[in-house]
Ligand binder design. Structure first.
Ligand code: ZN
Length: 480
């Protein structure tokens, strides 16, 4: 392919052998965007001073590609073994759930999350279990911590195994050297931003470096059939630091979520070439490490000895899993000016909307001059609209000093006119509530027995069209 020579450029300098000096290219070190010319601020991500001159791209030589002997001949599909592509369980049940069965040899997983929430702990557990399974060794490459720091943590977790290898390394070439020596079936790189290579430009941790390191590790993983996990640190705004660009290079992208003040951790599938991408795994951090929570529902509830006003239970969907979750609300005293609305684990905009609707539609409630606090229990974050009805009932219950029935669950989105709107997965939500012993449920019209005809055993399900009838039913249930 020949590019047209810009007018006036051809006579500038004589060129030898037809080769042309490549034009400089520019790239944002934060997001990987390539602006056509240098700019002080990246038009893509808005970062200042992040655009640098990138290494010149390959120059098109104009030579014709000639045929060469392939390393392996093409074979009929029926003769190709499917075994290497089968997932191998990590024996960490909640991680296997998100991965869709386990780690696939040769597949590369990016585990992204904020620093210090427990990614390394989880992966050390995975490496230990892999080693224990005894087929191939596992190798943890730590660019963040020294080997003795990692060993200390492994000791606390009881994760010492002779087939679990450890190396502190920040150079890609040396990492490959370790791969040659250990021949692991599982490689964990913690984190990909700390590994650098002399073959690429840019600072360690920058887009160019991280992309080069990842591309090399991906091709080695494929070539040698090594299941690989790359840890990627995420910046405050939720980007895998720089490497949004990594997401298309790897097979699986998982987000590790959790708050330092709570012991709950979620691993959320974002992309999965081998299975469903909307799964969520639940974990609990503790002194001795991290454990899978196969049945987390009860964690997000308080068990009261007698009914208390200001609380209502809903069933939230995390991925494809239903979690029975309690919402609590406290209505404070009357304050002059604009009173505070404080949320924890809920969406503050949705709370403000629900409060405004309650104020308009429920005559006996005055909220506009009172402080309102609303929270979930157990550190879970519920931002889906399906929790609106429970938030509304918790606030109304607090404001009217009316305790709801302790085994009532409310599911539904609340609209601006106070109508209760349909939400998805109602049968699954109801089944989960029934499993935990809930006997009453309020659901949107058309989502209950009238459409599905299915009501879990021992449960009474009412379809409610608006907030007012939801409150009436809630009051009637409490009297039973
Ligand atoms: Zn940018």
């Amino acid at each position: 392919m020949t590019r047209p020579i810009p007018r006036g450029a051809s006579s500038a300098r004589p060129r030898s052998g037809g080769s042309r000096e490549p034009r400089p290219t520019y790239q944002c070190d934060a997001c990987g965007h390539q602006p056509p010319k240098w700019v002080g601020r990246c038009p893509e991500c808005g970062e200042w001073g992040s655009v640098i001159e990138a290494a010149p791209g390959p120059v098109v030589s104009g030579k014709v590609v000639s045929s060469r002997m392939p390393a392996e001949p093409a074979r009929p599909i029926s003769q190709i073994s499917a075994a290497p592509a089968k997932a191998r369980p990590t024996h960490v049940p909640e991680l296997d759930r998100v991965l869709g069965g386990g780690m696939v040899p040769g597949a590369v997983v990016l585990l992204a999350g904020e620093p210090g929430v427990g990614k390394s702990t989880l992966l050390l557990d995975v490496a230990q279990r892999w080693a224990e399974a005894g087929e191939t060794p596992s190798l943890v490459v730590s660019g963040e911590e020294s080997v003795s720091q990692v060993r200390l943590r492994a000791e606390r977790m009881g994760a010492l195994h002779d087939e679990l290898y450890l190396a502190a390394e920040s150079d890609l070439g040396a990492v490959i050297g370790h791969l040659d020596a250990v021949k692991p079936g599982l490689l964990i790189v913690d984190s990909v931003q700390t590994i650098s290579t002399g073959t690429a430009e840019g600072v360690s941790g920058g887009v160019t470096q991280v992309r080069a390191v990842t591309a090399t590790l991906v091709s080695i993983a494929k070539e040698r059939g090594i299941a690989t996990v790359l840890v990627g640190h995420v910046t405050k705004d939720g980007n895998v630091a720089g490497p949004r660009v990594l997401e298309h290079l790897v097979d699986v992208v998982l987000h590790f979520e959790g708050d330092k003040h709570s012991s709950l951790r979620l691993v959320r599938g974002i992309k999965n070439r081998f299975g469903a991408a909307d799964e969520v795994g639940c974990f609990e951090m503790h002194e001795g490490g991290i454990s899978s929570l196969s049945d987390p529902s009860g964690l997000f509830l308080t068990r009261y000895s007698e009914p208390v006003p200001g609380t209502c239970v809903t069933v939230a969907m995390e991925g494809r899993r239903a979690l029975v979750t309690e919402v609590q609300a406290l209505i404070g005293g009357t304050v002059p000016g604009s009173p505070r609305r404080t949320v924890s684990g809920l969406d503050s905009a949705r709370l403000a909307m629900v409060l405004a609707v309650l104020q308009r539609r429920v005559e006996r409630l005055t909220l506009h001059d009172k402080e309102v606090f609303a929270a979930t229990v157990g550190g879970i974050r519920v931002v889906e609209p399906a929790a609106d009805l429970a938030v509304a009932l918790a606030v109304a219950s607090g404001g009217l000093n009316l305790a709801l029935h302790p085994t009532l669950a409310a599911i539904g989105e609340v609209g601006l006119t106070g109508e209760v709107r349909r939400v998805g997965a109602v049968p699954r939500r109801l089944a989960e509530a029934a499993r935990l012993g809930f006997r009453f449920a309020l659901v949107p019209p058309g989502c209950g027995p009238s459409s599905t005809g299915v009501v879990p055993d021992g449960m009474r399900v009412e379809e409610v069209g608006d907030l007012r009838s939801a409150l009436q039913w809630a009051a009637r249930f409490s009297a039973e």
